[in-house]
Write a protein that binds this ligand. Structure first.
Ligand code: PDD
Length: 283
């Protein structure tokens, strides 16, 4: 891994100088929140929406916001630019900072905030030919709407997925699909796209949100309704969305081939529509 320029608590520095305390609550308790925004054509994509969600996550768990959205957006763009990223992502994390280990909040909170960038192929993603996902029970807590760094359940889910040769985990609870390990899941049936309604059971994905608009633009009807794993197996198409994958066709779920094992037309329309919008916004 080459040494990058990252940002920690207000300063840009070389990766090798970016250190946090062993008493940081992000490390001790997973007491932190984060965002991942895509970089396309060298420009941040939908950073404003990601920062609104970050502010909400912080509010929900009571971590004060040391920087405003405009400052963070400019910083994230600079992290991408300084590292010469044309396609990739910027990761931003805010924790409740360092304090003597005690579960309840410290009297005085000094949040730790840091960001780094990394290159990743987004427009020409080889996974656009279709990926396999691996079903696992969703064993997470009940506030999945908060983009928390406490993610042991997803770490285990995605490791199980990798061990089964899958790209992503598809999590389910009470028979219904919740979401991917780090993505939102969709199915298509008779030309209509279905995705689980927003609730504390899932993360309200920014990409998912944008796809609601893209679907309108490209003439795809969307219904916000939960679906079962069996409905996903039998669907015409299945797809996943995330800031780091955009829109990818899911052509296999466990042992079940979906839609004949090839990317379907609705998925292609949504992916192309999403890429066209990204190109427009970053031109
Ligand atoms: N994860 N659901 C979960 C559990 C996620 O972790 C993510 C994103 C999404 C998709 O949200 P968005 O469209 O805003 O990226 C849904 C990021 C990419 C990650 O953890 O790397």
């Amino acid at each position: 891994m080459s040494l990058r320029t990252c940002w920690l608590n207000g300063s840009f520095m070389a990766e090798e100088h970016a250190h946090v305390s062993i008493f940081d609550r992000g490390l001790l308790f997973g007491d932190g929140v984060y965002e991942v925004a895509a970089v396309f054509n060298g420009r941040l994509l939908d950073a404003d929406r990601h920062l609104v969600r970050l502010a909400r996550s912080q509010r929900e768990i009571g971590i004060p916001a040391p920087y405003d959205g405009a400052t963070l957006e400019a910083m994230m763009q600079e992290v991408a630019t300084r590292n010469g990223i044309t396609e990739g992502l910027v990761y931003l994390q805010v924790t409740r900072g360092a304090a003597e280990r005690d579960f309840s909040f410290p009297a005085e909170v000094h949040p730790t905030a840091f960001a780094y960038a990394r290159a990743k192929k987004l427009s020409d993603d080889p996974n656009a030919s279709g990926v396999k996902v691996h079903p696992v029970p969703d064993i997470r807590w009940q506030r999945c709407d908060i983009k928390s760094t406490a993610m042991l359940a997803q770490v285990m889910a995605k490791q199980a997925a990798r061990e089964s040769g899958a790209f992503e985990a598809i999590m389910h609870e009470n028979g219904l699909v919740t979401e991917g390990g780090s993505s939102n899941m969709w199915i298509v049936r008779d030309g209509v796209a279905y995705t689980r309604p927003t609730s504390s059971d899932i993360l309200a994905g920014i990409t998912r949100d944008v796809i609601f608009d893209v679907a309108d633009e490209v003439g795809v009807k969307v219904v916000r309704r939960a679906f079962t794993l069996e409905q996903a197996y039998a669907a015409d198409e299945c797809l996943l969305t995330s800031a780091t994958s955009f829109v990818l066709p899911v052509t296999q779920i466990g042992q079940h081939q979906v839609g004949g094992g090839a990317p379907g037309p609705i998925t292609k329309r949504l992916r192309d529509g999403y890429l066209a919008r990204a190109a427009r916004l970053t031109a």
